[in-house]
Design a protein around this ligand. Structure first.
Ligand code: NAD
Length: 365
């Protein structure tokens, strides 16, 4: 079956890491008799240079015509790049916000997985991570405090600022359904995180999640207050499978969880809408400090491509094969500079962006 993949190579290390993910996707296509058709889409700084704006209508149309989009990262060095002399709405990052909005991407997925080989990068005590952890943080992306009514005004002679946290039941239901669907492809547990002891929006969140949960009898559903969730993440991260939460709680908890894994170059992410469509990208930025050197870690982008296989194309075996190949490359000692251990360890081999891509392709089972 043919799948259309939009490709935003982006800026900085973007083109280098996307090239390796495409190499892996091509190997998957050959091995499993699939056909991936790639359409190049300009966005961010590359689009500013070519078209004068970070996102064009043509780029949005090309993304909409794709089954999924694979993205590197966009942006440059804020101090030296001419892109940052432009007004905010014309800078590279505006392209990212624009495409998320145009595609209606309301669910952000960030896995946090601890590789046995990279345990030394985890800041938690050894006994806490003895059995590793493997969780998926699912964050609502288009509602809540970041999009509610806000303002700064004078009240009773005092400058006063306010933000409002609003969710309607449909916004909660659609992401809850996504979370339970994803749990069905994982370990069948959803922990919904809220602040239902204080917030009305959280009480509605909890009620709607319970309603959705009734349609998924195989999935164990629990609720946790956000302050407790922040503690449990560092006390016992292995207890979590899918964490489902609203925009701001998810913003904070997903960064906390990603720190537990140790390296930015390993962290994949996906943003989904109501259809099978998704935008898949590494969690890190364009790393202008190492761009063009061929040393960036391509694993986050390759794992994002694996998420695309699983969540947009329902190719679970293929996704597992890519994830397995990444594990094998690490087990065989291959590391890019960012995940090299601080001390000399025998059997560890430093490689570059292309070298890591090749190692992973060679290990596709
Ligand atoms: P960054 O994530 O680009 O870099 C932070 C540090 O992590 C750097 O030292 C970098 O070398 C390292 N790093 C990141 N990814 C790596 C990889 N794959 N392999 C090895 N090392 C890696 O963050 P920053 O420096 O704050 O931002 C740089 C630019 O990226 C800015 O313009 C920012 O706006 C943009 N950005 C874009 C996205 C996106 O495209 N979604 C996300 C975050 C930041």
């Amino acid at each position: 079956m043919q799948h259309k993949i939009g490709v935003i190579r982006g800026d900085g290390i973007g083109p280098e890491i996307v090239a390796e993910a495409i190499k892996v996707l091509d190997a998957v296509a050959a091995k499993y008799s699939h056909s991936f058709e790639y359409t190049e889409i300009l966005m961010g700084g590359a689009s500013i240079d070519a078209c004068g704006v970070p996102l064009t209508d043509e780029a949005i149309a090309a993304a909409k015509a794709s089954d999924a989009v694979l993205m590197g990262s966009i942006g440059g060095d804020a101090k030296t790049s001419p892109w940052y002399k432009l007004p905010p709405e014309k800078r590279p990052e505006a392209g990212l916000l624009g495409i998320r909005k145009a595609l209606g991407l309301f669910a952000n997925l960030r896995p946090a997985y601890l590789y046995n080989e990279l345990k030394e990068a985890c800041p938690l005590r050894e006994d806490i991570v003895a059995n590793g952890f493997d969780m998926m943080i699912m964050r609502e992306l288009t509602g809540g405090l970041y999009f509610g009514e806000r303002g700064t005004e004078e009240r009773d002679g005092l400058v006063t600022a306010y933000d409002t946290l609003v969710y309607n039941e449909n916004e909660i239901r659609r992401i809850a359904i996504r979370a339970f669907d994803i749990a069905m492809k994982r370990h069948k547990k959803v922990c919904s995180v809220d602040k239902a002891n204080v917030l009305d929006s959280s009480r509605l969140w909890r009620k709607v999640v319970d309603e959705v949960s009734a349609d998924y009898p195989e999935v164990e559903c629990s609720h946790m207050l956000v302050d407790n969730a922040a503690m449990q993440l560092v006390k016992d991260p292995a207890q979590f499978d899918v964490i489902l939460t609203e925009n701001m709680f998810g913003d904070i908890l997903s960064d906390e969880a990603s720190m537990l894994t140790g390296s930015l170059g390993m962290l994949s992410s996906a943003s989904l809408n109501e259809t099978k469509f998704g935008l898949y990208e590494p969690s890190g930025g364009s790393a202008p400090d190492i761009a063009g050197k061929g040393i960036a870690n391509p694993i986050a982008t390759i794992l994002s491509a694996a998420m695309m296989l699983r969540y947009s194309f329902d190719m679970d075996d293929e996704a597992l094969a890519v994830e397995g190949a990444v594990k094998k490359a690490l087990k065989d000692g291959y590391r890019t500079g960012d995940i090299m251990p601080a001390e000399d360890i025998s059997g560890i081999i430093q490689t570059d962006t292309k070298g890591m891509g090749d190692c992973i392709v060679e290990r596709l089972a």
